[in-house]
Design a protein around this ligand. Structure first.
Ligand code: GAL
Length: 633
């Protein structure tokens, strides 16, 4: 498939006289896509019912005439101020009951019926007007669901919707009381109408209650999005998408993705490194101008799965951003590298955010492809280079990787509900396993948690998947692949209760987790032969073979036939030792990669990238700092 480039543009930020020159310049730079519209509500409807779409018609016309394809975003992430007068209770309340008010964006509660109707209305206006516009070649719903901590809301609208969600799920209040163990602390309810939201309790609420609320909140995001997609599809055949964020895990992206044609995400490697990777300070210094070498790739693989193969980078960092604790400039070459890395993982398009830096408002310190004075910024030069390279490049097509890693948002909710030790979280465990595999030169597919067919994979990993339905246990026990589970895999039932027989209770696998403990992260628990468990470990019983022990002699990793259980949160060395040994066993070649060097295999080539600030060696030759190397296979 031919890969493409694009940008994000805000015609409403610039005088109309500038649009044509902008469009021409985008096309000349080799861009195909331009996303517009997603924050423009106050200019489209300045007063209730006062529709002013002419300028939008005109801007689409101008962009289309220059040969660009438009991605049209629905503007529901930024409801205008007057809408709050109409629906004062549409804003979300945080867990302390404080309103998350007007003056930035995402100021709405997903459960508010009045806002849902406003969303339907504005989306229908967009879809009716532009559904068959030849220049509108794709749609985006809203903008970054869940960003700025907006998935959970504690309003009365959320409470009512939560009660009916619980009723649908449990049927009777007795069933709910039993499932949650509400006999504990006399928490039993007499009816669904008595159940509150799990905030503002004296001490911690029942984890079953919290997990249910997290699942409910996730479903609210999915149903909000689904409604927009349904309306768009009444009028348009163009594909629908949503731009997800990095490491936002409060709603199930797979469920939202099921209603979309394409998953996209917003990739800000330097912002993330400061803010979301969870890296040491030394690592942050080393990669301050490049980003973490695995964080982007992880999300590329994740969103490829969310989009069932179809995915884009909708926003690519173009230079310094404004929102991280520190906002350095990327090393020259990184804006090209990030694009090529995305293509190597199957991105159909990479769009830089944003076209021209805005001299006003919140993001005035955020770079664009152009400076505020209209001069080229470095991102434009690098994008041009990518465009030239794409013209000359053979098509990049994605192939199935030999290794599958399950990502389960529901497990993330469960870990967040009950981390058991400060800082322990599901994302980190899955990401640690992913990083270790990548540092061995391996390509990985991320799979959704309801996958049951693992054929074609040599290794299948489901670490930390707290609740594992029985049919998945059976599928894993029966697959030909070698399966790695633990820590905490299958540690709770569907309602967040410890199951008996004790976990993991896998078919034909005699390993039982007898006791668990969390300890301070500065008290690593060393393994014999190298590496440690950090923060959490489990004591195992059973007749399976012990393949690695802790220095104190206790079992750390046990195995029976093609299933391996890891009894703790491993550090890099621990995971690498296990994966090197397992790859040898299943016949996968590994290469220990230096520093910031990583690779991904496509159908015809292996694409190498160097996140390091110095040139490095790869098995196929030297790679420059921030360089990309194409190895023909
Ligand atoms: C994204 C968002 C954009 C812009 C950008 C700045 O999260 O979708 O609208 O705010 O960040 O980096």
């Amino acid at each position: 498939m031919k890969r493409t480039l694009g940008t994000c543009y805000y015609p409403e930020h610039w005088p109309e006289e500038m649009w044509e020159a902008d469009a021409r310049r985008m096309a000349e730079a080799g861009l195909t896509w331009v996303r517009i519209g997603e924050f423009a509500w106050s200019r489209l409807e300045p007063k209730p019912g006062d529709l002013q779409f002419d300028w939008m018609d005109q801007s689409i016309e101008v962009l289309g005439a220059a040969g660009l394809k438009v991605v049209l975003g629905t503007p529901t992430a930024t409801p205008p101020r007057w809408l709050l007068d109409k629906h004062p209770d549409m804003i979300a309340l945080d867990a302390n009951g404080n309103p998350r008010g007007f003056g930035s964006r995402r100021h709405y509660c997903f459960s508010h019926q009045g806002y849902r109707e406003e969303s339907d209305r504005i989306v229908r206006l967009f879809a009716e007007r532009y559904g068959d516009n030849p220049h509108v070649a794709a749609w985006q719903t809203d903008n970054e669901y869940g960003c700025h901590d907006t998935t959970h809301s504690y309003t009365s609208a959320a409470l009512n919707a939560f009660r009916s969600w619980l009723k649908d799920r449990y049927g009777s209040i007795d069933a709910l009381n039993r499932a949650w163990g509400n006999v504990f602390w006399s928490m039993e309810y007499g009816s669904f109408g008595e159940i509150g939201l799990p905030n503002l309790t004296v001490t911690e609420p029942n984890p079953s209650h919290v997990l249910a609320f997290r699942r409910f909140s996730s479903d609210q995001v999915a149903s909000f999005n689904r409604r927009q997609v349904e309306i768009i599809r009444e009028y348009s055949n163009a594909p629908t998408s949503h731009n997800f964020m990095g490491r936002i895990t409060e709603f199930d992206h797979f469920k939202v993705g099921d209603d979309l044609d394409i998953a996209t995400w917003d990739s800000y490697p330097l912002g993330f490194l400061e803010d979301r990777v969870g890296a040491s300070e030394e690592h942050q210094r080393t990669y301050a101008r490049q980003g973490d070498p695995d964080f982007q790739a992880f999300h590329h693989d994740l969103y490829r799965a969310v989009g069932r193969g179809r995915w884009w980078v909708m926003e690519q960092q173009p230079g310094p951003v404004n929102w991280a604790p520190y906002n350095p400039a990327p090393l020259p070459g990184m804006m090209r590298l990030w694009a090529w890395e995305a293509y190597a993982h199957g991105a159909e398009a990479v769009c830089y955010f944003r076209w021209r830096q805005a001299p006003f408002a919140q993001e005035q310190m955020h770079a664009g492809m152009l400076r505020p004075d209209n001069a080229d910024a470095p991102a434009l030069t690098e994008a041009r280079q990518v465009a030239d390279e794409l013209r000359a490049a053979p098509d990049v097509s994605i192939i199935k990787a030999p290794i599958a890693l399950i990502y389960d948002y529901d497990a993330d909710f469960a870990w967040a509900t009950q981390p058991h030790g400060a800082g322990l979280n599901y994302f980190q465990i899955v990401f640690d396993a992913y990083k270790a595999l990548r540092k061995l030169g391996l390509s990985i597919d991320i799979l959704r948690a309801d996958t049951r067919d693992f054929s074609g994979y040599k290794l299948v990993l489901a670490p930390g998947m707290i609740y594992m339905p029985h049919d998945m246990k059976r599928a894993l026990a029966e697959t030909e692949a070698h399966v790695v589970i633990g820590p905490r895999t299958a540690a709770r039932n569907a309602d967040m209760v410890i199951p008996v027989p004790l976990p993991p209770d896998m078919p034909n696998f005699d390993v039982t987790v007898a006791r668990v403990e969390s300890v301070r992260p500065d008290m690593p628990m060393p393994l014999k032969g190298g590496g440690s468990f950090v923060g959490y470990r489990e004591e195992l019983e059973g007749s399976a073979e012990v393949v690695m022990t802790l220095k104190d002699g206790q079992a750390a990793i046990m195995r029976s036939q093609n299933m391996t259980y890891v009894a703790g949160t491993g550090d890099e060395t621990a995971w690498k030792r296990l994966f090197s040994e397992l790859c040898g066993k299943v016949g996968l070649e590994t290469t220990a990669l230096a520093g910031g060097v990583r690779c991904r295999e496509t159908a015809s080539q292996r694409i190498w990238v160097n996140y390091g600030s110095e040139p490095a060696e790869t098995p196929v030759g030297r790679i420059e700092a921030a360089g990309v190397l194409f190895e023909k296979l």
